[in-house]
Design a binder for this molecule. Structure first.
Ligand code: GRF
Length: 204
């Protein structure tokens, strides 16, 4: 199966997918990695693994006065051309519009979000969880992999893993603990969905 991965940064979650494929734990290939930013380490990780990459930045659209919907439509086209069986958002920073999602009626899209369902939706989730912990509002946080639907980070969770916050943690310690959980959960989430898809296609 073909997994297209969208990134915006370091790409440590992309690396987890690349490593799982290399080890044979994830039976898939990554025909294309798309980043919305050009100078990100995730692109180097893809190149090192021999994976084609594309940069699809929003800025040229805004400077040319083109609407966001055009950016999304072109992004969808790039993905469709790669004929994905699954699209993975691995730290992709843009919110995808309903029009974008409509281009993928039968292709599953999953997103990794470093928080528990319904908590800290959107950006800076780890920092916000850490702040809430310091205020005594929460005891732990978590990571989830969910299907991408119109509501931001609102898709039905496929996998959820709680992550403890230790009293002696600083933000970096929590981020490190969360990232190590993400890397495992994203690979599990991808194989789970590919499994579901293969059953669906067989029964269809
Ligand atoms: C991860 O915490 C991811 O869950 C969040 O952004 C970060 C991306 O990390 N959305 P990386 O680029 O995969 O290292």
């Amino acid at each position: 199966p073909r997994v297209v991965v969208l990134i915006s940064g370091t790409g440590s979650n992309l690396q987890a997918l690349i490593d799982a494929i290399a080890q044979g734990t994830l039976k898939a290939e990554i025909p294309l990695v798309i980043s919305n930013r050009s100078k990100v380490f995730g692109l180097e990780r893809a190149a090192k693994a021999g994976i084609p990459t594309k940069v699809h930045a929003l800025k040229p659209y805004t400077t040319a006065g083109k609407p966001r919907t055009e950016y999304d439509a072109d992004l969808a086209q790039l993905i469709v051309e790669a004929k994905p069986d699954l699209v993975v958002l691995a730290g992709f920073m843009h919110i995808l519009s309903p029009a974008f999602l409509d281009q993928f009626p039968s292709t599953p899209l999953i997103n990794l979000h470093p928080a528990l369902p319904g908590q800290f939706d959107g950006a800076r989730a780890i920092e916000r969880a850490f702040e809430a912990f310091q205020k005594g509002e929460i005891k732990h946080t978590g990571v989830m992999v969910h299907r991408v639907i119109q509501a931001v980070d609102g898709g039905e969770p496929l996998l959820v893993k709680e992550v403890e916050i230790k009293p002696e943690d600083d933000l970096a310690a929590l981020q490190e603990r969360i990232h190590s959980v993400e890397h495992v959960l994203l690979v599990q989430g991808a194989s789970l969905v590919l499994e579901q898809e293969s059953h669906k296609n067989k029964s269809a």
